[in-house]
Ligand binder design. Structure first.
Ligand code: HEM
Ligand SMILES: *[C@@H]1O[C@H](CO)[C@@H](O)[C@H](O)[C@H]1NC(C)=O
Ligand SMILES: *[C@@H]1O[C@H](CO)[C@@H](O)[C@H](O)[C@H]1NC(C)=O
Ligand SMILES: *[C@@H]1O[C@H](CO)[C@@H](O)[C@H](O)[C@H]1NC(C)=O
Length: 325
């Protein structure tokens, strides 16, 4: 335990030094004077939500990912549809799947009470993602802040940029590359699947081989049998299975070990190991060293969080995360 703590300290110092030469225009101290309680308000609200439901940590982490891959980290994912506006919530990867919007609303309400129109919805997502990882047992990182909220959203962007669970490995690599993320980022950020749940509809092809890249032959036999009992070949689309069957609510590197033993839940998880030598090597490397995984996860999250932020006079600080001012 003492060894683990000291290694973590080393990790944190390395991250702090990296943070000092950030080039995104964002700043970890952005709210220190503008809203000194901002970080604590988010942390305690996330803590309460995760205490009520452990899965909420996963849902909040995923919200930040789905925000950043569409127009950058700008809170676009949070905008509600109405008669004259179409946002991203009904995109295929999001519809009936994204959750945590009510938690974000609660955080925003508290922040508006403490510091009106000061803390953006995009920053709430970035901080909540970090706090969710820490509360689940992952490593802390310094979140650079100062993102502003978009005055637009993109349904087509959400459908095009977000990877599908049956994307080919080449498609996964390309979609990450388009966001400035490399294969290490792809594998390690996929390690976010160490927490949270998937619906049957997202992994049915993996169990029954209904499409070209679906591969029941690349799946552990007992795991396959167990999964089939909760996810029939038709019906039960919303039945849930954990993305990491070993420790479903703990942030650790078991996801990578699962993938090594052909127990990745999604096709997109398993093919990192079975369809490419370089991504396989990355899986093996981080499956073999949990602290290095935690450190790289934090680094890759910083990179993802820096995708195209609106700063300066671009965008706005929404009063309500669900609609533009
Ligand atoms: C590599 C490409 C990725 C694909 C194809 C993918 C796909 C998916 C799918 C299909 C689900 C289940 C959704 C459902 O059935 O409702 C899911 C859940 C999840 N994803 Fe990903 N994902 C990817 C990358 C990531 C990244 C980069 C992160 C974060 C760093 C992430 C975090 C999560 C989390 C935490 C959940 C569980 C959410 C919950 O329980 O509410 N994923 N993902
Ligand atoms: C989104 O989900 C709703 C509710 O299940 C459904 O009625 C609608 O057709 C879905 N929209 C899309 C675009 O898939
Ligand atoms: C992924 O699944 C969809 C819907 O089931 C299907 O139309 C598509 O062809 C599949 N793509 C691949 C690469 O298997
Ligand atoms: C619809 O949503 C847009 C974007 O959030 C917003 O600007 C507009 O005021 C909304 N319209 C209504 C009638 O609520």
């Amino acid at each position: 335990m003492a060894g683990m703590v000291s290694k973590l300290v080393v990790v944190l110092v390395i991250l702090a030094v990296h943070g000092a030469c950030d080039t995104s225009g964002l700043d970890p101290n952005f709210y220190v004077n503008k809203c000194p309680t901002a970080l604590e308000i988010v942390r305690s609200a996330v803590k309460k939500a995760v205490a009520e439901e452990a899965r909420m940590a996963a849902s909040l982490l995923r919200l930040h990912f789905h925000d950043c891959f569409v127009q950058g980290c700008d809170g676009s994912v949070l905008l509600d549809d109405n008669a004259t506006f179409t946002g991203e919530k009904t995109a295929v990867p999001n519809n009936n799947s994204l959750r945590g919007f009510d938690v974000v609303d609660n955080i925003k309400t508290e922040l508006e009470n403490a510091c009106p129109q000061t803390v953006s919805c995009a920053d709430i997502l970035a901080i909540a993602a970090r706090d969710s990882v820490v509360l689940s047992g992952g490593a802390w990182w310094s979140v650079a802040l100062g993102r502003r909220d978009s005055r637009s959203a993109s349904l087509s962007g959400a459908n095009q940029n977000l990877p599908a669970p049956n994307s080919t490995l080449q498609t996964l690599i390309t979609k990450f590359k388009l966001q400035g993320l490399n294969q290490v980022d792809l594998v390690v950020l996929s390690g976010g699947h160490t927490i949270g749940m998937s619906r049957c509809v997202s992994f049915r092809q993996r169990l029954y081989g209904l499409n070209g890249d679906a591969n029941p032959q690349n799946i552990d036999n007992n795991y396959l049998t167990n999964l089939k009992s909760g996810c029939p070949s038709s019906g039960g689309d919303s039945n849930l299975s954990p993305l990491d069957d070993v420790t479903p609510t703990k942030f650790d590197n078991d996801y990578l070990k699962n993938v090594q033993s052909l127990k990745g839940l999604l096709i997109s998880d398993q093919i990192l190991y079975t369809k490419g030598q370089s991504t396989k090597n990355i899986v093996d490397y981080y499956a073999g060293d949990e602290l290095l995984f935690m450190k790289q996860f934090a680094e890759s999250m910083v990179k993802m969080g820096n995708i195209k932020p609106r700063t300066g006079s671009h965008g706005e600080i929404r009063k309500n995360c669900r609609r533009m001012n």
